[in-house]
Design a protein around this ligand. Structure first.
Ligand SMILES: Nc1ncnc2c1ncn2[C@@H]1O[C@H](COP(=O)(O)OP(=O)(O)OP(=O)(O)O)[C@@H](O)[C@H]1O
Ligand SMILES: [Mg+2]
Length: 215
């Protein structure tokens, strides 16, 4: 069944063939409805990033279905529908913080001024928006990627370890921004080891060796 928001149904996925084959996800089903913040927890190598890539539509599941608002995720190429914070942030190093955050809005022909101001304030980026991304810290780059993911208030935001480079205060800011995005109607899927993010999530899904072990 596919509904609104993110729907992952009986997905199996792996990489390679023959002796080098790696089975990563086994019969994984989960959903994130509009307005819902769902955290995915699990040890390193359990398949969290793989699940994020499938939800983002970066990869096509070998078995099962992944849909966003009823459409296959890999057919969505619209940042206002699905926006992503990859584990390695994926910023354009030649651009400023501000231009990275606003790029989805520029492409969509949307005025980003209000969203930029709100996100820069909420994520403590105000002092560096004009600075080149190369001249910012890893934590600042990570918060820039979070702001970029939320600038268009997407139907689904997928964030892979978005607090990995943050101190306590900035973890709280990122968590608050994710809660705010969900309250504003986005479905939010966040892969995270961080219990401070689990605490603000509506649900925590545990992955263990590619299987959902608890809901
Ligand atoms: N392209 C690939 N080819 C082969 N194996 C892969 C590939 N991508 C991931 N894997 C393997 O799939 C498993 C799950 O990887 P994944 O990156 O999803 O884990 P993760 O839960 O995100 O881990 P971490 O917490 O370290 O980020 C790992 O064993 C990894 O080595
Ligand atoms: Mg990962």
């Amino acid at each position: 069944m596919t509904g609104t928001g993110l729907s992952i149904q009986q997905v199996a996925h792996g990489y390679g063939a023959g002796a080098g084959r790696v089975e990563v996800l086994h019969d994984v089903s989960l959903a994130a409805a509009p307005g819902e913040l769902v955290a995915v927890a699990g040890p390193s190598g359990s398949g969290k990033s793989t699940l994020c890539h499938l939800a983002a539509g970066f990869e096509t599941p070998e078995r099962g279905t992944v849909t966003v608002d009823g459409r296959p995720a890999d057919a969505v190429a619209d940042w206002s529908v699905v926006a992503v914070v990859p584990q390695q942030h994926g910023l354009l190093a030649g651009l400023s913080v501000e231009d990275n955050i606003c790029l989805p809005a520029y492409r969509a022909g949307v005025d980003p001024v209000a969203a930029l101001a709100r996100l820069a304030e909420a994520l403590d980026l105000g002092a560096f928006t004009r600075r080149g991304v190369r001249e910012t810290s890893l934590g600042e780059q990570q918060r820039t990627a979070v702001a970029r993911a939320l600038v268009l208030a997407p139907r689904l935001a997928v964030l892979d370890e978005p607090t990995g480079h943050q101190d306590d205060d900035h973890v709280a800011q990122v968590a608050a921004v994710l809660v705010g995005a969900a309250h504003a109607g986005s479905a939010v899927l966040v892969a995270t080891h961080d219990s401070r993010v689990w605490e603000v999530a509506d649900r925590v899904v545990h992955l263990d060796e590619g299987r959902v072990t608890a809901l």
